[in-house]
Write a protein that binds this ligand. Structure first.
Ligand SMILES: CC(C)(COP(=O)(O)OP(=O)(O)OC[C@H]1O[C@@H](n2cnc3c(N)ncnc32)[C@H](O)[C@@H]1OP(=O)(O)O)[C@@H](O)C(=O)NCCC(=O)NCCS
Length: 142
């Protein structure tokens, strides 16, 4: 699978993947994605069927979103996107990477456990009342 740096001009395609990957109401618009990709410190990686957006500020990085189209799942794409984003952030100087994930998101929790993330805290009512998120953390140092 070929991963490339996501460009603002690809925002409509990325938004279509996001809409297919997330429940209605949670999808990000092309405008939101294009705006994020234009912000300092934010970078994205894109492959056919999936993408990841992340932000690096000084020595900390954060995964903003990760989406794999249902037709492209369980073929290693999500893992490749996370590992490549972690490597890119580390190369740019990040020492640690964070993300938030819904506590009931079994596929994502499994993917992040497999890619070296561990639980750093519970953010109560993060998505909605009663919908909590785990804050996950991964060291990017050797
Ligand atoms: C979570 C998501 C990105 C995984 O993408 P993917 O390309 O299917 O993941 P991969 O094929 O790289 O899987 C890597 C590992 O993740 C875990 N995993 C992935 N899907 C899983 C599932 N449905 N059930 C259990 N574990 C799963 C497995 O450990 C897997 O490794 P293995 O296949 O060797 O067992 C994808 O399901 C998705 O886009 N979900 C909706 C959006 C979302 O939840 N994004 C994350 C929000 S923080």
């Amino acid at each position: 699978m070929k991963l490339t740096a996501a460009q603002g001009s690809e925002a409509p395609e990325l938004a279509a993947i996001h809409a297919a990957a997330f429940p209605a109401g949670a999808a990000w618009s092309a405008g939101t994605i294009a705006t994020l990709l234009g912000m300092e410190g934010i970078f994205g990686l894109h492959a056919a069927g999936g993408f990841i957006l992340a932000r690096r500020v000084l020595d900390e990085a954060e995964i903003l979103t990760l989406a794999v189209h249902p037709e492209h799942r369980q073929q290693g794409l999500g893992q490749a996107l996370v590992e490549t984003a972690a490597l890119a952030a580390a190369t740019a100087g990040a020492k640690v990477m964070f993300l938030e994930v819904a506590e009931d998101n079994v596929p994502a929790m499994a993917l992040y456990a497999r890619t070296g993330f561990s639980r750093a805290g519970l953010r109560r009512d993060y998505y909605a009342p009663g919908r909590h998120a785990w804050l996950l953390r991964r060291s990017l140092e050797e």
